[in-house]
Design a protein around this ligand. Structure first.
Ligand code: ADP
Ligand code: MG
Length: 290
């Protein structure tokens, strides 16, 4: 490709808040047929809030314990839990030790107890019996909530239901993607029903939920198996492997550093419609180089 056309296009894109990090992405974007979209922070605002709590013990104590465990995590769910505790005037202490398990939750030592906060399966795999909370988990997931369970010393304490708003620009962005002949696929580590809740509002039929971070890259690889070119749009640590695997990886502006570093294109303005703007610029620059 003639470098000058690429340089001009990169400048044009930069003016619109789109950083093109590789020249290669310009050339492949026109051939892309499938667009894989992360849910949290990509289709949704990525600012979840606590909507409801079901506690088996004192609710404030449970929320304070969960917040202490999450206080060192940068995950949006963690921030929401800490904010909810602070809003209720609860004192959020530091955890004595903390470990984050990407795509699952956190393990922390809080006031001498081993605390787990994360997806229900993360707790049950570690020997926590959530039977008493099964009906609540079912009801909250059916309502499209992201459900996080909390336990201390293997005893279940309760569940926290979180909700996130769909981005204002998402519906129009999806219409533009379809208009450009791109088939959308939603991938998320969140539960199936929360994923379907978002997908239904945006008319996305292909939904892959409960996916682990390596699973997102595998899905991209599978979609590429028959030669299909794939673009992946994401914002989180858990999206990084898939962003690298995709023919074109796009990181949303508010994304984590590792997602940004793994991407070919960075959308600084944090507007999902920029994905199609980037495609339009790529295609016109590619035509100019031929
Ligand atoms: P997504 O793919 O939607 O961005 P993640 O892979 O980051 O989601 O997380 C998947 C699921 O793991 C979340 O829906 C949540 O249930 C759980 N989880 C991940 N990190 C945390 C955390 N810090 N605290 C509580 N739960 C978490
Ligand atoms: Mg995300």
């Amino acid at each position: 490709a003639a470098p000058l056309a690429i340089v001009r296009a990169a400048g044009e894109a930069a003016d619109l808040g789109i950083i093109m990090r590789t020249g290669e992405a310009f050339q492949t974007f026109g051939q892309v047929r499938t667009i894989v979209l992360d849910k949290t922070g990509t289709l949704t605002e990525g600012r979840p809030g606590v909507r409801e709590i079901e506690a088996l013990v004192d609710e404030g104590g449970m929320l304070a314990t969960a917040a202490a465990a999450e206080s060192s995590s940068e995950h949006p769910l963690a921030r929401a839990i800490v904010d909810a505790a602070t809003d209720r005037g609860l004192a959020v202490t530091d955890a004595e030790s903390f470990e984050s398990v990407t795509g699952f939750g956190v393990m922390a030592r809080v006031a001498g107890r081993d605390v787990l906060v994360g997806r229900p399966g993360f707790l049950t795999e570690r020997g926590v019996n959530l039977d008493q909370l099964a009906a609540a988990i079912d009801r909250l997931e059916a309502a499209g909530r992201t459900v996080v369970a909390v336990a201390a010393d293997s005893e279940p304490l309760g569940v926290i239901a979180l909700g996130d708003e769909i981005r204002a620009d998402a519906l129009e962005a999806l219409a533009q993607m379809r208009g450009a002949g791109l088939d959308p696929v939603l991938v998320t580590g969140d539960n199936e029903r929360a994923a379907r809740h978002v997908a239904a509002q945006l008319g996305i039929e292909d939904v892959r939920a409960g996916v682990l971070p390596e699973g997102k890259a595998e899905i991209v690889r599978d979609l590429q198996a028959d030669g299909t070119r794939v673009v992946m749009v994401g914002d989180g640590i858990n999206d990084a492997p898939a962003l690298m695997q995709a023919d074109v990886g796009i990181a949303m502006g508010g994304g984590t550093d590792i997602a940004v570093e793994s991407a070919d294109i960075i959308v600084v303005r944090d507007d999902l419609r920029s994905v199609i703007t980037a495609r339009t610029i790529s295609r016109s620059s590619y035509r100019r180089t031929r």
